[in-house]
Design a protein around this ligand. Structure first.
Ligand code: FES
Ligand SMILES: [Fe+2]
Length: 345
């Protein structure tokens, strides 16, 4: 697991990120569930350093990674008997966040104010999710999760030196297939993007009737095919694509797949990315399914990291747009409407 501190990048001239705002009231993924065991774990989201740990019941907790006594990083401490112990003076914190023991004063009963800063946390989709501020939003929906005809596998995390919205926009973008994914998701002679439909929704947008000629659209493709896509933005930094290739173009009969993109906005200009695949394939090893996704994302990453500014410009005049970009234009309008300042400019 990479250290989030290693992917922080200084702001670029002329692209000062806007301060965090509504973004903090959404749920964001921060870590693979399986990575959190019996030791505290440091992560970062929206510039906030967090310590994650599991209590005696195995339930996760997410607190500010700062001891309220003298500011030491709680993630350097340890979990003892279902409590988190600070590495500096050994203060013990119960799962509520409240300090229950100060070893230097054995008879002292800490008052309620002696508490760590606690954030809301939950587990879903094989990941740990955190929300820094109260808000009305649910976890991003992944409808394919409950489809018994599909099997789920996570890919990632990928640490990417750009903002979360740049990554979502790339996920919605079909015009890059023939260049970035030449020979896989597109080919140069067939780069035209046919008209498609975009509608705003409560969580973002849905784009339908998207079509792309793809030489190798999935792991089991046996020939090129005109593949139909549907995209849905399910939260400011989450999206789902579903695609169904024509019958007979894959080695697996009735192949279909749905891919959820889930992004942790580590800083305004650096992100941690997961894909959750739901695929009609119960036989291929996880590593084989993940390898195909890795191949595609490794093609995207250098281009994503080359884009300037790293924050996504919401002013329509800041970059040029064509009709092929109408999904990304709708996404930018949604971010503006939803007051998403983190990772935008
Ligand atoms: S800094 Fe944590 S116990 Fe002193
Ligand atoms: Fe791509």
């Amino acid at each position: 697991m990479a250290d989030p501190s290693k992917i922080q990048t200084p702001p670029q001239a002329g692209a000062e990120p806007r301060p965090a705002d509504a973004t903090a009231s959404y749920w964001h993924p921060v870590l693979d569930s399986a990575a959190l065991r019996d030791a505290p774990y440091a992560v970062q989201v929206l510039d906030q350093a967090l310590v994650l740990w599991r209590d005696a019941h195995g339930l996760p907790h997410a607190w500010a990674d700062r001891c309220p006594h003298r500011g030491a990083r709680l993630s350097l401490g340890r979990v003892c008997a279902g409590q988190l112990e600070c590495p500096y003076h050994g203060w013990r914190f119960a799962d509520t966040g409240r300090c229950v023991q100060v070893p230097a004063l054995p008879d002292f009963v800490p008052p309620a104010g002696h508490s760590a800063q606690v954030f809301a946390v939950q587990e879903a989709y094989g990941l740990i999710w955190v929300r820094l501020l109260e808000g009305p939003h649910s976890l991003p929906l992944f409808a394919a999760e409950s489809d018994v005809g599909l099997r789920t596998v996570n890919c990632g995390p990928y640490d990417v030196a750009t903002s979360a919205p740049r990554i979502v926009e790339n996920f919605l973008d079909m015009a890059h297939f023939s260049f970035v994914h030449e020979g896989w998701l597109g080919e140069r002679g067939r780069s035209a993007v046919d008209n498609y439909d975009v509608q705003q929704t409560a969580t973002g947008l849905v784009a339908t009737n998207c079509r792309a000629w793809q030489p190798q659209s999935n792991l089991h493709s046996t020939q090129g095919a005109m593949v139909e896509y549907r995209y849905e933005v399910t939260a400011p930094f989450a999206a789902v694509l579903t695609k169904v290739p024509p019958p007979g173009t894959t080695a697996l009969a009735a192949w279909r797949e749905s891919i959820a993109l889930m992004i942790c906005p580590v800083t305004a200009q650096s992100s941690r990315v997961w894909f959750r695949l739901a695929v009609a394939d119960f036989d291929s090893p996880d590593a084989v399914l993940q390898a195909f996704q890795n191949t595609i994302f490794v093609q995207d990453q250098p281009v994503l990291e080359s884009q300037t500014p790293r924050c996504l410009p919401l002013d329509p005049r800041a970059e040029l747009h064509t009709a092929a970009d109408k999904a990304s234009a709708a996404y930018r309008r949604f971010l503006k409407r939803a007051d998403i300042g983190f990772g935008t400019c």
